[in-house]
Ligand binder design. Structure first.
Ligand code: NAD
Length: 404
């Protein structure tokens, strides 16, 4: 069969450790035999980031802004131990942080739902996608320990020197105090990314804050979303048959637990941090979480939600067989290929992405899977495969389903 052709390249961001090994296997066995793959390649492996003084990360983000779609392998965010291990010039920043800042994007994380891996919450039938606002609030806070009686105030000094003051608390004994901020511009970008992604995926959008208690701060978030929805998105949502729904965060949590899933849940920074871990473990496994960074302009960067699976990599280096789950990385590739297909009007490319995804899930449902899934599946007598054998089993399923 002739290979499927592409017109515009994907931005390819290679990465580190076990996921780098999986990356190459996926390309060699599941993509290049079927697609005449065109990529604009950037090596974000830690060694090359160090050699280029991290310029390669910036270049890859700029290429993404230019070309519109990227696929990224997991990368090491260096800490002191990594600086020593790799002999780094300095402790480079998180590549994801750098890319997110340049794209001004929001991260959407969604679990993959597959037969045999049942969510802990029995009523969940479809994935729940979490969007986390990634700026400000408690993550950019200023805090103080108060050790003696005294007064704490919020003071705003305008450019012309005029002041506004609010009493935080009159302390008559020790305590703690915290200042937080956010920016209309950042909340607007977050809201736009959420509305755009809801339209791009045809899913309802939920948003929740604690505006009954936080009548200025959280209320601002509620208003920014509502104003943008009315001004720019209501008509498009109605035409697409999807809805925007705002409620209180505690009500949202209760409704999520009773829902069937199949929607996007936009969360403030802290809520998203906590709820995304709750959702990924409740849906089954971190190795089955996909992640996509969406900019307000509609630029997409796809990746797996997990890291580089360091422990498996060290085992791999010792020559031991590993059973690392490649599913989220496969779905990063299919997400990016489908998006390229949609943008470039290449129906066969988008169709291939769908077939590879189906083949991946069907392989698991047939009882062949990696060790992490074999440990939690409800299927009787699952067969645990190493990473390579699992990828080859997916290829076999893909070929059989394409021929059928
Ligand atoms: P990790 O996601 O690599 O591993 C966390 C745990 O989940 C481990 O027990 C691991 O064995 C298991 N796990 C994760 N993915 C798996 C898979 N595909 N198959 C089987 N088991 C899997 O996170 P970590 O150990 O905290 O970090 C390792 C490295 O990854 C660090 O250097 C960190 O900086 C980096 N990291 C990168 C990203 C990213 O690029 N998006 C995200 C998180 C961590």
């Amino acid at each position: 069969m002739p290979k499927i052709s592409m017109s515009v390249p994907l931005v390819e961001m290679d990465g580190d450790e076990m996921t780098r090994i999986i990356w190459q296997l996926i390309k060699d066995e599941l993509i290049c035999p079927y697609v005449d793959l065109k990529t604009d390649y950037y090596d974000l492996g830690l060694k090359h980031r160090d050699e280029t003084d991290d310029q390669v990360t910036v270049d890859s983000a700029q290429a993404t802004l230019r070309l519109g779609v990227a696929v990224k392998c997991a990368t090491i965010t260096p800490n002191a131990q990594r600086v020593e291990e790799y002999g780094l010039k300095q402790m480079w920043k998180s590549p994801n942080g750098t890319i997110r800042a340049l794209l001004d994007g929001t991260v959407f994380r969604a679990p993959l739902v597959v037969g045999g891996i049942e969510p802990v919450v029995k009523v969940w039938k479809r994935p729940i996608t979490i969007a986390r606002h990634a700026y400000g609030d408690v993550y950019r806070n200023v805090e103080m320990h108060i050790d003696a009686p005294g007064k704490v105030e919020l003071v705003y000094t305008a450019a012309d020197g005029t002041e506004r003051r609010e009493l935080v608390h009159e302390f008559d004994g020790p305590g703690v105090v915290q200042g937080q901020h956010n920016l209309d511009a950042s909340i607007q970008s977050f809201a736009r990314s959420c509305f755009e992604y809801a339209l791009a995926t045809g899913q309802d959008l939920w948003f929740a804050t604690k505006d009954t208690i936080s009548k200025t701060y959280d209320h601002r978030f509620k208003d920014v979303f509502a104003e943008l929805y009315e001004a720019r998105y209501r008509a498009r949502f109605e035409a697409a048959g999807i809805s925007y729904f705002y409620t209180l965060i505690d009500d949202a949590v209760a409704r999520v637990m009773r829902s069937e899933g199949g929607f996007i849940w936009a969360c403030k920074n802290y809520d998203g941090d906590v709820m995304s871990d709750m959702l990924s473990s409740a849906f089954g496994s971190l190795a089955m979480m996909t992640s996509v960074l969406v900019s307000p302009e509609g630029v997409f960067e796809y990746e797996a939600a997990h890291g580089t699976v360091q422990r498996h990599y060290y085992r791999h280096l010792r020559g031991e067989r590993t059973s690392t789950n490649p599913v989220a990385t496969i779905f990063a590739w299919t997400g990016a290929l489908r998006k390229r297909g949609e943008l470039d009007g290449l129906a066969d490319l988008a169709d291939f992405a769908g077939r590879l995804e189906a083949a991946t899930l069907h392989t698991i449902e047939s009882g062949r899977m990696t060790g992490d899934l074999a440990r939690i599946t409800s299927l009787p007598s699952p067969q645990t495969l190493d990473t390579r054998a699992f990828i080859l089993a997916i290829r076999e399923t893909l070929d059989a389903e394409t021929a059928a």
